[in-house]
Design a binder for this molecule. Structure first.
Ligand code: FDP
Length: 348
């Protein structure tokens, strides 16, 4: 007779977590399954992408002015379709849509607002490199009915859950509900996410730094000094790090989360506010980083404290192993002080 292995599926794990909170209604758990289902559907499409010739630009541009690709559209629609009818969500916002996504009138509205980047790192699709989906969940602040912009414009510290799916050599789902960070790997033979990385703790000091160094000449003096330090110019403060940059936030963040490291996308003269989006990228990753023992800053402010003013707001991002992020923040302050006098120390 075959032995049934004792596997922890994502469903079992979420239920076990939920049972620790007697007041929980199960709605957030169900919302996480809905997102896991969307991730499986997107993963399946990505696996087939090269075969069924659905790669390539549609010719349309998204609200950020970037060329939109067919899989971006597919992923965006998939998430909407997995969430809109459930009665668990009052509004959604997607990096691919200019305005908030209302719940259609025929469906009930629920108590959560969901924000997502359906296919992050999408310029990697054509070269078969890892991409991901990032999500962020808030409890609604409006009292009833359809959700409003206020429900999605909340600072990251108000998130009740966040995570990402990474479509790499295997598909992973990594999430937090504020009780640590847990990672699941999709077993394609049974179509289930299985617990593979319980309670991820990121090293305090990392071995990697990840940044698009072709922007070096466009950075501030502070960022240039900090990156030189990461490379080994400050052996008194920091062991030199190895460079790794996939150009896909989910892949770069995931590597650094597991192995230890720091990811930077600073402001530069071309992107004076930074390139990454606060709500769809920086805030959910910052929640994960902090829950795993790391930290995230825009260089001055803790990412999770930033109050968003608009849906597609961008932010500089420095995220990863706590001591490495601290090194960059200290260096930025030291350089700024040399240029203009003492600056108060921000809390990270
Ligand atoms: P992409 O433009 O391919 O969608 O915010 C999007 C993002 O990728 C991140 O995933 C990635 O970290 C970054 O931009 C890469 O930007 P550069 O190409 O400028 O390095």
């Amino acid at each position: 007779m075959l032995n049934t292995p004792s596997l922890t599926t994502i469903e079992k794990f979420i239920l076990e977590q939920e049972s620790k909170f007697p007041e929980a209604t199960g709605e957030l758990s169900n919302l996480l399954y809905d997102i896991a289902l969307a991730a499986k559907i997107i993963a399946a499409a990505i696996r087939r992408a090269g075969l069924v010739d659905i790669l390539g630009g549609l010719g349309a541009r998204n609200v950020q002015g970037e060329e939109q690709q067919k899989l971006d559209v597919f992923a965006n629609e998939t998430i909407k379709n997995c969430l809109k009818h459930t009665g668990r969500v009052c509004a959604m916002a997607s990096e691919e849509d200019e305005d908030i996504i209302p719940i259609p009138p025929e469906y009930p509205a629920g108590k959560y607002a969901v924000l997502y980047d359906p296919l992050d790192g999408s310029s990697n699709i054509d070269v078969n490199a890892a991409v991901g989906t990032i999500f962020s969940v808030y409890r609604r602040v409006s009292m009833e009915g359809r959700g409003t912009v206020a429900d999605v414009l909340q600072p990251g510290c108000k998130q009740v859950a966040a995570g990402y799916a990474m479509y790499g050599s295997s598909t992973m789902l990594v999430y937090t509900t504020g009780q640590g960070v847990h990672g699941f790997t999709l077993d394609p033979t049974i179509g289930e996410f299985l617990l593979s990385h319980p309670r991820i703790v990121t090293p305090r000091v990392g071995i990697y730094y990840s940044v698009n160094e072709s922007n070096f000449g466009r950075w501030s003096k502070g960022i240039q000094t900090a990156v030189r330090g990461l490379k080994g110019e400050r052996p008194d403060r920091l062991k030199p790090k190895n460079s790794r940059y996939a150009g896909s936030l989910v892949a770069d963040f995931h590597r650094n989360l597991i192995a230890g490291g720091i990811f930077l996308y600073p402001a530069d003269t071309k992107n004076p506010q930074g390139k990454l989006r606060l709500l769809y990228e920086a805030s959910p990753m910052a929640f994960l980083a902090e829950q795993a023992g790391g930290s995230a800053t825009d260089g001055v402010n803790r990412i999770l404290d930033i109050v968003p003013r608009s849906l597609h707001q961008r932010t500089p991002l420095v995220i990863g192993s706590r001591e490495d992020v601290g090194f960059v923040a200290d260096t930025l302050r030291e350089v700024a002080e040399r240029q203009s006098g003492p600056i108060p120390t921000p809390a990270l």
